[in-house]
Design a protein around this ligand. Structure first.
Ligand code: DGT
Ligand code: CA
Ligand code: CA
Ligand code: ZN
Length: 571
């Protein structure tokens, strides 16, 4: 159905006529026509075919002609000419919350402003207040609008976004007028950073849905509120858009707005070869515009001869080609995890007891957990001394018996600057799980740092290399290391590489984890939880692993306890 596309064109025309200061009559006519099309349940092409366009309330002779032209050519000459007649960039100015069409044009004509940067400079220089109907207040408001626009344009780490998005989705799900709800976009693909939150909804009655969306507790500002689309800014400083789509188009819209763009481009090319076209409304035969799919994503992929492809791997990394040959991996799922192999307690810098962590792990359905407090040289986080290790192990055993879950006694042992480990061999020997990580002297030259870590992996007591690159998302770059050499060492020594699921780390990242997996390295996914709530971080680790095409068999802590212990003993 082209109804929405034509409505969008009419709204654009109205915007541009407003910029040009045209008669309010004509502007209103286009806005009314846009609304009429949006409210239509029947395909406008069918109405046009019966010659009944002008019978639609809100459609007149001029707009009816443009609808027919659009149905024939996919655009309208008048629309294209209008666009060409306006300075490029003028609609960019209108994206600043305080700037409407008139102001945008005034700014362009009087001050030659075409970009948001130029607008900012002009406001700061006090030039804007001298224009008619403007003042100091207007300047201040425009500057605030620009700041907000910039803030909301920044990307946020997924850890800061996902919880709010989940809350928002839950709030929408609670509205009785809502049928289906899903996040789309980069969040559904579990990218490590998110530009904005995209949500899709089906509802026969969008008004109460939009009301709940725009009044959600974490909304800081409402950017737009309409019957098919609304946008807000959440207090964490990220934009969220909700779109209401028709049930028959829900799958198509979900597919379209999940992206990635590259994946969608490839999919559309494939459709074209079959005489089909895919858009956010459905899959159609090019010849007669007959719809053949759109209600579910499965339907959309099936229409082009593919199985459904998980969102996390929709990045045009060969997934479409593999899907064609029915060769997609069976991606790991949260439910595959049997335990968590890195966490901290009050024995070092964690804030919960061993027992509290054990209870929380059990509540997550795990069969085991490893307590891996910091080692002795990390004094500033209360690293466990050799003397304390025995008592620490007794506490782990006690918690294990009391809670009824296997508590493995471990350490996150520091890798010293020369590559030795922070505990003597006879202390390491008594531990069930040894995770080794770098926490000091982070700025070594590449060869030295790589050799340091490789040496630690060569220690026969090392089981897992923790947060292999040391990056902190948005705060600290990775150490200088040669990851290929670390993977070589992992294969040679049988050391597992960690995907650290803490949203501050996500280390290995998706690309690195994919390389490690392809080379056959053994992986673990651990939360590095510092309190019992953080055990839930596993979700982020699973996201990274799925983006890395990882299957349950690639990950050690999907093993049942007995098999995990066998692996640990062999070493
Ligand atoms: P983000 O928000 O920057 O983290 O990344 P996305 O992927 O969520 O991107 P966004 O929010 O701009 O758009 C959501 C999805 O909508 C995107 O993944 C694919 C689709 N999409 C958006 N704009 C276009 C476009 O111009 N062409 C195509 N083919 N798809 C688009
Ligand atoms: Ca997005
Ligand atoms: Ca978006
Ligand atoms: Zn660590």
């Amino acid at each position: 159905m082209q109804n929405r596309a034509i409505a969008a064109m009419f709204n654009d025309i109205a915007d541009m006529l407003e910029i040009k200061g045209e008669s309010p009559f004509r502007i209103t006519a286009y806005r009314r026509a846009a609304r009429a099309l949006e409210g239509l349940t029947e395909d406008v092409a069918a109405i046009a075919a019966r010659g009944e366009l002008e019978e639609i309330p809100g459609i007149g002779k001029g707009t009816a002609e443009k609808i027919q032209e659009f149905l024939r050519t996919g655009t309208s000459k008048y629309y294209e000419e209008l666009r060409a007649s306006l300075p490029p960039g003028i609609t960019t100015l209108m994206s600043v919350p305080e700037v409407g069409p008139r102001t945008a044009m005034l700014l362009y004509e009087r001050l030659g402003i075409k970009t948001i940067d130029e607008l900012e400079q002009a406001c700061k220089a006090g030039k804007v207040r001298k224009l008619p109907r403007m003042g100091e207040r207007t300047e201040e408001n425009i500057l605030k609008g620009i700041a907000l626009l910039r803030r909301t344009k920044e990307r946020l780490p997924i850890g800061q976004v996902l919880p709010h998005a989940q809350e928002l989705v839950a709030a929408l799900r609670g509205v009785k007028e809502v049928n289906q709800v899903s996040v789309a976009g980069s969040l559904r693909r579990m990218k490590e950073s998110i530009g904005d939150i995209d949500i899709l909804v089906t509802s026969a009655n969008p008004e109460p849905v939009m009301e709940v969306f725009t009044t959600f507790g974490r909304v800081k500002q409402v950017l737009a509120k309409g019957s098919t689309r609304s946008s807000v800014v959440l207090d964490v400083g990220i934009q969220a858009d909700v779109r209401v789509v028709e049930p028959e188009s829900f799958g198509a819209a979900l597919q379209y707005f999940t992206g990635s763009k590259d994946h969608n481009v490839k999919l559309r090319e494939k459709a074209v070869k079959k005489g089909l076209k895919i858009n956010e409304y459905g899959v159609f035969h090019v010849q007669d515009d007959r719809r053949i799919a759109g209600r579910t994503e499965e339907e959309v992929y099936a229409a082009v001869g593919l199985p459904w492809i998980p969102p996390e791997i929709r990045e045009d990394q060969g997934e479409i080609e593999l899907a064609e040959r029915a060769g997609l991996p069976k991606l790991i799922e949260l439910g595959d995890m049997h335990g968590d192999l890195q966490m901290h307690t009050r024995w070092s810098d964690g804030s919960d007891s061993v027992e509290a962590m054990a209870k929380a792990a059990k509540a997550l359905g795990y069969e085991y957990l490893a307590i891996t407090d910091h080692s002795q040289s990390l004094k500033f986080v209360g690293g466990v001394t050799v003397d304390e290790l025995r008592e620490h192990a007794r506490a782990a055993k006690k918690a294990s018996d009391k809670v009824g879950i296997a508590v493995l006694m471990g350490t996150e042992c520091d890798i010293l600057p020369d590559g030795r480990l922070d505990y003597p061999d006879d202390a390491l020997r008594d531990l069930d799980v040894v995770v080794c990580s770098v926490h000091s002297r982070l700025r070594m030259p590449r060869q030295e740092m790589t050799a340091r870590i490789v040496k630690a992996m060569e220690n026969r007591h090392t089981d897992i290399l923790g947060h292999p690159t040391g990056r902190l998302l948005g705060q600290r770059e990775a150490y200088e290391i040669d990851l290929e050499q670390l993977i070589d060492a992992a294969l040679r020594t049988g050391t597992a590489l960690e995907i650290n699921a803490s949203p501050q780390r996500l280390d290995l990242n998706d690309v690195q984890a994919k390389t490690a997996k392809e080379r056959g390295a053994q992986l673990v996914i651990s939360t590095d939880a510092h309190n019992r709530y953080q055990l839930k971080y596993m979700e982020f680790g699973i996201g990274i692993a799925r983006r890395a095409w990882i299957e349950a068999t690639n990950v050690l802590n999907t093993l049942p306890l007995v098999q995990l212990q066998a692996w640990l003993h062999e070493r």
